[in-house]
Design a protein around this ligand. Structure first.
Ligand SMILES: Cc1cc2nc3c(=O)[nH]c(=O)nc-3n(C[C@H](O)[C@H](O)[C@H](O)COP(=O)(O)OP(=O)(O)OC[C@H]3O[C@@H](n4cnc5c(N)ncnc54)[C@H](O)[C@@H]3O)c2cc1C
Ligand SMILES: NC(=O)c1ccc[n+]([C@@H]2O[C@H](COP(=O)([O-])OP(=O)(O)OC[C@H]3O[C@@H](n4cnc5c(N)ncnc54)[C@H](OP(=O)(O)O)[C@@H]3O)[C@@H](O)[C@H]2O)c1
Length: 607
């Protein structure tokens, strides 16, 4: 077992003392070697102004909030985290009910990104953790992380942030007034910077306008946010609306209890399994730099063809509607539930009666007891004033983190992303970048420029010239590289191939695990190389729970192969050499004496 505590730590903690010049030249030198210094800039005036940032308010103690507290500490900032619930972990802290209105996991939820691809970059999972884990185990990992880095003492539980406003002297200080409420009492405090980690899945999206006639339906209607366990749905006839990860999970789980489950989708989806080729976690096989390169040059139908190899999506009623964006979900059981008739795929809904649902294809399902809307979530920032809310939309945020048009870059939104990989890894990198921007160690373009670009983008979207990226699932490697480049910690593959080819091979051809972003640049961690080189061991370890002595037949067979194969191969090579004309031809060619007649003769002899 890896001594995890030994692999960790040695963190990059630049001091706040007056060694700015040393740090400046050190960073410049590192960047020169690494060759990826775009976006990282130490403008002396900016850095002097930014080093004033000290006290940081972190809103929320979920995955993003924990990352943010840790990154503040790494940069010698002073975080205070406000968490409205009584525990950390955000949506990963299971609760029997959703009475508090918070989105949380349901009881049967299992992670859909495997452990090696979803770990904090300097805190690998213990090797006996399963590759995909139930939510309790994932929360346990968050607890270990929080305790290892002593993060809990920075969290004020049961404290809800009520408002975040710019101070009157914001243009000079960049400071914020933060009002919190604890036990009914309000408290105001001033912070130099704010990291908003309040979650992406805040309130249920119930697009009732898309469902004319729903008022006629007299059965039970709920949103997936309220779904916790299947017990109450015994023998019911259920329609689940929306084929996202929630919709598929809920349909599969209910199919074991319900009389029948219908799963309605507007667009369809490609369904991936957690285990891929050779039984390895699918993310480790797919999320690789070399694959990203081939994906860029090959048409998307090639990727879809690979997904089709598992089963024919069209036959299963899952295929993506022509003209709609390809969407991927992870579900191991949905295909077999469809195969066994426990889940019936349906088109989108056209209308309702008191107890029936009428679908776009003209079919009707009668005696429906329950409708479950698995139609996703909306996010919101109720603690912001209107003008700030309008700046903190996905389209406006610079690289999904910094709102434009603020005189000071002291506000960062962490976690407002959907990636083709781990959100945890993405938020960690965002937090690393944000804290360095707060300190003036990285710069972003001037606020007016950002505003002009964001406004232009909005106009182009409105005019339909470019696609609205709000719902876009960002490519994991591209987004991670983009943010890492801003920090100066994007792995430099050519340099790695020159200095450490074995590691470079694993980084380029192996899984793009988060540890890669700790190999170089600010935040470099000495343990990163080792955890990359041992990631497959930690993947296999939890599977090896039943070790048997090798059976005698297998042992004898492999010994016989070793004894016989090598001499046989050698003998065949000698025979081939003696009998074939090839060596002669080769010799002739080398001596420049190959005559066409001899070649024709050879072809005739060997048709
Ligand atoms: C059902 C479900 C399953 C998922 N499964 C996966 C998965 O397998 N793999 C994966 O990578 N991602 C998954 N995700 C994505 C998930 O969003 C991230 O894994 C991660 O939990 C996001 O963490 P967060 O800290 O940004 O948000 P959250 O976990 O939502 O945490 C936000 C925190 O902020 C607090 N808060 C909010 N407002 C305030 C306020 N005003 N004052 C004080 N505190 C406040 C909340 O109480 C909460 O604790 C899943 C999402 C859902 C909904
Ligand atoms: N670990 C896990 O296994 C797991 C489990 C659950 C959720 N999650 C994560 O949690 C997050 C939320 O997932 P989610 O499934 O709840 O939401 P989601 O990914 O936003 O999917 C919602 C689905 O609802 C449908 N929909 C959306 N708007 C609609 C409209 N106006 N009318 C009709 N249908 C509409 C769409 O499906 P159609 O196009 O098919 O109609 C859409 O794909 C995601 O990040 C997801 O990965 C993970």
């Amino acid at each position: 077992m890896l001594a995890r505590a030994e692999q960790r730590s040695d963190h990059f903690r630049p001091s706040l003392s007056g060694r700015a010049v040393q740090v400046f030249f050190l960073v410049k030198a590192v960047l020169f070697l690494v060759g990826s210094n775009t976006g990282v800039l130490l403008n002396s005036r900016e850095s002097i102004e930014h080093t004033m940032v000290k006290k940081v308010a972190v809103i929320g103690a979920g995955v993003s909030g924990l990352s943010s507290i840790k990154c503040c500490l790494d940069e010698d900032l002073e975080p205070t985290c406000f968490e409205k619930s009584d525990d950390f972990g955000g949506l990963w802290k299971f609760a029997e009910t959703s009475k508090d209105g918070m989105t949380r996991v349901y009881r049967s939820l299992v992670t859909n990104v495997c452990k090696e691809m979803s770990s904090y970059s300097d805190f690998p999972y213990q090797e006996d953790y399963p590759n995909f884990m139930e939510h309790k185990k994932f929360w346990e990992y968050l607890r270990e992380f929080a305790e290892h880095f002593d993060l809990l003492k920075y969290i004020q539980f049961k404290s809800t942030v009520r408002s975040v406003t710019q101070r009157p002297d914001f243009s000079e200080t960049g400071q914020w007034d933060v009002v919190t409420e604890t036990d009914g009492k309000q408290h105001r405090a001033v912070f130099d910077a704010v990291m908003v980690c309040s979650g992406h899945f805040v309130s249920p999206r119930l697009p009732l306008e898309s469902f004319p006639g729903i008022h006629k339906f007299k059965g039970q209607i709920l949103h997936s946010q309220e779904y916790k366990i299947p017990d109450a749905f015994q023998d019911k006839r259920i329609v689940v609306v929306g084929l996202g990860n929630s919709g598929a999970d809920i349909a599969v789980e209910l199919s074991r209890r319900a009389a029948q489950v219908f799963l309605s989708t507007r667009s369809g989806a490609w369904v991936l399994s957690r285990s891929s080729r050779g039984g390895y976690p699918y993310n480790m096989m797919l999320t690789r730099r070399c694959n990203n390169f081939t994906a860029r040059i090959l048409p998307s139908c090639f990727t879809n063809w690979r997904t089709q190899k598992r089963f024919n999506h069209e036959n299963y009623g899952l295929s993506v509607v022509k003209g709609k964006e390809s969407k991927f979900i992870v579900n191991d059981e949905l295909p077999s539930c469809i195969l066994c008739g426990k889940v019936t795929m349906k088109t989108s809904i056209k209308d309702f009666t008191e107890s029936s649902v009428i679908f776009e294809d003209g079919t009707t399902e009668v005696n429906i007891d329950v409708l479950i809307f698995s139609t996703g979530y909306e996010f919101s920032f109720p603690f912001f004033e209107e003008h700030l809310k309008s700046l903190c939309t996905k389209n406006m945020l610079y690289k999904r983190v910094f709102p434009p048009n603020l005189e000071r870059t002291t506000l960062a939104i962490i976690g407002l992303i959907t990636l083709t990989g781990s959100v945890l890894a993405g938020t960690e990198l965002q937090a690393r970048w944000a804290t360095r921007v707060f300190k003036g160690l990285c710069n972003i373009p001037p606020s007016q420029k950002l505003m002009a670009e964001a406004t232009k983008k909005e106009q182009l979207i409105k005019r339909g010239v470019i696609k609205d990226p709000r719902e876009d699932v960002l490519d994991f490697i591209s987004y991670m590289d983009e943010i890492a480049q801003c920090i100066g910690s994007k792995p430099n593959i050519p340099l790695l191939f020159l200095t450490d080819p074995r590691l470079a091979w694993e980084v380029y051809f192996g899984p793009c695990s988060p540890y890669q972003y700790r190999l170089m640049g600010p935040g470099k961690w000495d343990g990163a190389r080792n955890v990359i080189m041992t990631q497959w061991d930690r993947t296999i370890k939890p599977l090896k729970t039943r070790t048997l002595p090798k059976s005698p037949e297998t042992a004898t067979l492999s010994r016989s192969l070793k004894v016989w194969v090598v001499p046989l191969l050698l003998a065949s090579l000698i025979l081939f050499y003696k009998s074939s004309l090839f060596p002669k031809l080769l010799q002739d060619k080398l001596q420049g004496r190959v005559f066409p007649s001899r070649i024709l003769w050879y072809i005739n002899q060997n048709p």
